[in-house]
Design a protein around this ligand. Structure first.
Ligand SMILES: [Zn+2]
Ligand SMILES: [Zn+2]
Length: 349
């Protein structure tokens, strides 16, 4: 899991090494400057096309306002390729919705495994589950999160940890100690989940950078957490269509989509569409789908959340010249919609 070192500690190690071995750190005339090898990106091996999906939605089987049939049809009619119905501690079986599934729309079975510890809410979505997973409680908050992640893994499901700032339940300190999880909500469309943090509590995106900088391999997803399909669509209601993932996979198949999600072969979005993400040994290119006359800004972000480059170019191109730990891109448009690419980790050649 910890396949990259935070940039701070590797730089510190380098500095100490140079002090101890001054001669070894002086480049010889005919040798490259870096004795440890040049920094290069760990290249993802991905292929296929993008499939748009939402992995977090509720129905009348828990606290949603619409039937599973209505909710699934809403996503199908709005151009989604796949959907996970994730009711609280209820397994909404897609087998009952088979009439909606075809070559262009897939329903993946899931559940929001919903537990708590003291006043903290512990909600972990289980994707591609075979049946109901019972929520678990344990002796500590971290152990409770871990127990629910483990419960999902035990049936070969894929866990994603939901909305850490909901009721200010937990943060980077707890998440850093959880194991066997690869997916974290970095944006959730429910109105009371505090995506942007507040007071002393970091935003979900900042939590993500803290985890990545600490060496955890974790990918950021955006979801609807939709509850309200009826009546007015309003920022104070949990309506659908707000946050999703675009997953690169060879086919619209649950196992393929799960493997791509867990490998970070996707981007998260609240409205910005990407055409292509090209990772080369020393460059990262983000090709943005131009929507009407919207304008775009892309930030390339590295370890500790440092902004390495900000550009209005399309494609946005980042050139890797030093070990910055990892690089991810966040594209925003002139309506404050976002797309987040997954981190690409820096290694040494
Ligand atoms: Zn929840
Ligand atoms: Zn939910």
């Amino acid at each position: 899991m910890n396949r990259h070192t935070p940039v701070g500690s590797s730089l510190a190690t380098l500095a100490v090494g140079c002090l101890l071995l001054l001669a070894a750190c002086t480049p010889a005339e005919d040798e490259p400057r870096s004795f440890a090898g040049d920094p290069v990106f760990d290249l993802p091996s991905w292929s296929g096309r993008w499939f748009k999906g939402n992995t977090h939605a509720h129905t009348t089987n828990s606290d949603g306002d619409s039937t599973p049939d209505y909710v699934a049809a809403w996503y199908k009619e709005h151009g989604y390729d796949f959907l996970v119905l994730s009711d609280h501690n209820v397994f909404t079986d897609p087998a009952t919705l088979a009439h909606l599934v075809d070559d262009s729309f897939l329903l993946i079975p899931g559940e929001e495994v919903t537990s708590s510890f003291d006043s903290a809410s512990v909600h972990v979505n289980g994707l591609n589950l075979p049946h109901l997973v019972e929520a678990r409680q344990a002796e500590t908050l971290i152990a409770t999160i871990q127990a629910n992640v483990d419960a999902i893994r035990e049936v070969d499901g894929v866990p994603h940890i939901n909305h850490p700032n909901f009721r200010w339940s937990f943060g980077a300190e707890e998440l850093a100690q959880v194991e066997h999880d690869r997916l974290l909500e970095i944006w959730n469309g429910h109105p009371t989940v505090h995506n942007d943090g507040g007071g002393a509590s970091p935003s979900l995106e900042e939590i993500w950078d803290i985890l990545l900088t600490g060496g955890k391999t974790i990918f950021g997803i955006a979801v609807d957490d939709a509850h309200h399909f009826q009546g007015e669509f309003h920022p104070d209601r949990a309506n659908p269509g707000r946050g999703w993932v675009a997953v690169r996979a060879a086919a619209l198949d649950a196992a393929e989509l799960m493997a791509s999600l867990e490998a970070g072969h996707f981007y998260a979005s609240t409205g910005v569409e990407l055409v292509e993400i090209a990772v080369r040994p020393t460059s990262l290119e983000v090709h943005i789908a131009q929507d009407r006359d919207f304008r775009y800004v892309t930030m390339f972000i590295g370890a500790s959340g440092e902004i390495l480059l900000e550009t209005e170019d399309n494609p946005a191109v980042f050139q890797l010249t030093e070990d910055v730990g990892y690089v991810r891109a966040r594209v925003s448009n002139s309506r404050s919609d976002y797309a987040w690419t997954q981190p690409v980790f820096v290694t040494r050649r």
